[in-house]
Design a protein around this ligand. Structure first.
Ligand code: ADP
Ligand code: 5GP
Length: 184
């Protein structure tokens, strides 16, 4: 069986983090810690949730070719450390939770990557989840919703699209995708 680079994307608030937590209970896969220039949210730990970098340090990583992919998202840079992914793939499946542009760039660099887009059952439900999470103010929520159409317009470039209506159902669907892809 081959080790997979699984790339999960989807609009902010759709439930990616929740799904990854559930998948981690089932699979022993490596989840990469991304680099970002965004400020930490309350409770976020450097090296665990992200490597929080200055713009200068992030740009140095780009120049040294140390990122598998990167993108500017909501005014901040986000990127995946290449060495971590390459090393882990030798022995394990690796899961990246990254936005659409980065995911499509990762597929160019690593065509065997399995791209899965998580979509909400409706825009209303997505908004309710973002409000319910309580980590962004109204302005930030509006900003994230504005990007929704763009993200959804890229779904045909993904290998799979999974609707996160019922959490258990979405996780089972992804489990089945992983099983099938590992056997290819
Ligand atoms: P993302 O990582 O995509 O930004 P989160 O995992 O933080 O999204 O989920 C956003 C909110 O939606 C959280 O409060 C989470 O508990 C909730 N949520 C996730 N999946 C579901 C679901 N299937 N049904 C209802 N609420 C959900
Ligand atoms: P947040 O600021 O809410 O943690 O993340 C914002 C967006 O950045 C999310 O869509 C998340 O998936 C994406 N993201 C996180 N890490 C990376 C990364 O390494 N590369 C790219 N391209 N996007 C990322």
């Amino acid at each position: 069986m081959r080790n997979l680079l699984i790339v999960l994307s989807g609009p902010s608030g759709v439930g990616k983090g929740t799904i990854v937590n559930e998948l981690k209970k089932i699979y022993d896969f490596a989840t990469s810690v991304s680099c970002t220039t965004r400020a930490p949210r309350e409770g976020e730990i450097d090296g665990k949730h992200y490597f929080f970098l200055s713009k200068e340090n992030f740009n140095s990583m780009i120049e040294r070719g140390e990122l598998l992919e990167y993108d500017n998202h909501f005014g901040n840079l986000y990127g995946t450390p290449k060495a971590f992914v390459e090393e882990k793939l030798k022995t394990q499946n690796v899961l990246l939770e990254i936005e659409v542009n980065g995911a499509l760039n990762a597929k160019k660099v690593y065509p065997a990557a399995v791209l899965i887009m998580i979509v909400p059952p409706s825009v209303e439900e997505l908004k309710a989840r973002l409000m319910g999470r309580g980590t962004e103010d109204e302005e930030k929520i509006a900003e994230r919703l504005k990007r929704l159409d763009y993200e959804l317009s890229k779904k045909d470039e993904y290998d799979y699209v999974v609707v996160n209506d019922n959490l258990h159902k979405a996780v089972t669907e992804i489990e089945n995708i992983i099983k099938a892809e590992r056997l290819k």
